[in-house]
Design a binder for this molecule. Structure first.
Ligand code: ADP
Length: 187
């Protein structure tokens, strides 16, 4: 099974992806995690990505598209995968369609986690003090929410037209939200 977890920063995509993958026996592909791992290893990719990430800006499309194209060809993705944090722009979504079509892979569900801005800001500031992520500062958070509205929100229509968009209320306990995901996906 292939899914996309869509939603603004702080919507809980990563947390829900981890719960879902255990249940469904598939893998999570988080472009944010892959990029952060490259930054901490100091690879060329990491060096390129770091300044974008610290400002809360998007890493260029060709970079993240390349990451995804490689990653989904790995053996552990054969049983299915959740894309968490990708696609984030229409260009990325169109590139993903081509990548999947070439390999006869079907995207089944796009889960859109709805969370109001005030709640997102509260969560992201909380995460900043707990995890110390360098991009969870007020300036970067503001940028990331704005970029979500400008660049990522159009994907909601894009997937609605393809009839694979499902809405999930992202406010509640982790378990409550996991149950809502289960109800829409059936797993
Ligand atoms: P959040 O959802 O809280 O912003 P992520 O871990 O998904 O956290 O992303 C962190 C940062 O990594 C983003 O702000 C951006 O700089 C970069 N990034 C992750 N995924 C993408 C993507 N698909 N396209 C461009 N940049 C990305």
């Amino acid at each position: 099974m292939q899914l996309i977890f869509l939603g603004p920063p702080g919507a809980g995509k990563g947390t829900q992806a981890k719960i879902f993958l255990e249940r469904a026996g598939i893998v999570q592909i988080s472009t944010g995690d892959i990029l952060r791992a490259s930054v901490s290893k100091g690879t060329p990719l990491g060096l390129k990505a770091k300044s974008f990430m610290d400002q809360g800006a998007l890493v260029p499309d060709d970079v993240v598209i390349g990451i995804i194209e490689q990653r989904i060809q790995e053996e552990d993705c054969k049983k299915g995968f959740i894309l968490d944090g990708f696609p984030r722009t229409l260009e990325q979504a169109k590139a993903l369609d081509e990548i999947l079509a070439k390999r006869n892979i079907k995207m089944e569900h796009v889960i859109n986690f709805n969370v109001p801005d005030e709640e997102l800001i509260k969560r992201l500031l909380g995460r900043a003090s707990q995890e110390g992520r360098s991009d969870d500062n007020p300036e970067s958070i503001k940028n990331r929410l704005q970029i979500f509205k400008d660049k990522t929100q159009p994907l909601i229509n894009y997937y609605e037209e393809k009839k694979i968009l499902r809405h999930v209320d992202g406010v509640g306990t982790t378990d409550e939200i996991a149950e809502r995901v289960k109800a829409v996906v059936g797993v």
